[in-house]
Design a protein around this ligand. Sequence first.
Ligand SMILES: *[C@@H]1O[C@H](CO)[C@@H](O)[C@H](O)[C@H]1NC(C)=O
Ligand SMILES: *[C@@H]1O[C@H](CO)[C@@H](O)[C@H](O)[C@H]1NC(C)=O
Length: 247
Amino acid sequence: MTGKILFFTILFVVCGVLQSKISSKIKVCKRSDPQLSECIINSINDLRPSLATGDLGDGINAPPLEPFSIENLDVGQNSDFQITMKNLSIRGPSTFKIDKFRANINDLKFDLIITLPKLNIKGQYILNLRLFNTPLRSNGDILLKLEDYRAKINMKGIKYLRGTNEHMKFERFNLKIHQGKVKLFKLTNLFNGQKNLEEAANSIFLENSEFVLSNVYPSLEARLGELFTDIANNITADATFDELFPN
Ligand SMILES: *[C@@H]1O[C@H](CO)[C@@H](O)[C@H](O)[C@H]1NC(C)=O
Ligand SMILES: *[C@@H]1O[C@H](CO)[C@@H](O)[C@H](O)[C@H]1NC(C)=O
């Protein structure tokens, strides 16, 4: 009888340990670790293949980073130059490099700077242009090659009680895009495929691409900030603070 109770007790304890509420794919860091920032950097780097596929383990799913999809982006809605980019497929986000990471566990502040060495973007566009008072409309494929884009992300966690357990969730990330180099900005089927016009227009776009793209950043920053906050909160949702950052 005693043996049976002992057996069930052990089984219960073992299951309890195995049933930790954080995905087994995520390496947790001790909050007392003097190298906490480095530990978290390693943990994020280890998670990279899972971030690429979006399978974060233990039933936690996120939108895949590779390729990363954006349904649509609008530029210059109230101007003579309006472009809508649709169905964008972005290759390269999972090759991000962490340039800087600073964790302040007392204030639950995490500041991150990443570089995206290469991004290849494919999708469709709809262009509405007013040229010498003549409206022009084109649609076709858009190709973009971007290099060395950077993003600065500030994260702030807040602790809250669920029952008697302390949990943590993130406030909306503050995300800022720092423009890198635009290597290719190409629209196909411009002006019904009139080759000379198309080439001329594409070289104008490439020359002005940084300006054109800069119009997209505020809404892109807000959307990516929200998305990454949701992903992070999905990862941490069921774990207590002690499971996330053990003593
Ligand atoms: C977060 O989790 C919910 C519930 O599993 C899921 O519906 C949602 O798509 C997830 N959000 C992200 C951004 O992964
Ligand atoms: C979206 O793009 C993919 C290729 O990246 C293409 O196969 C698909 O047809 C596109 N979908 C729409 C609705 O245009």
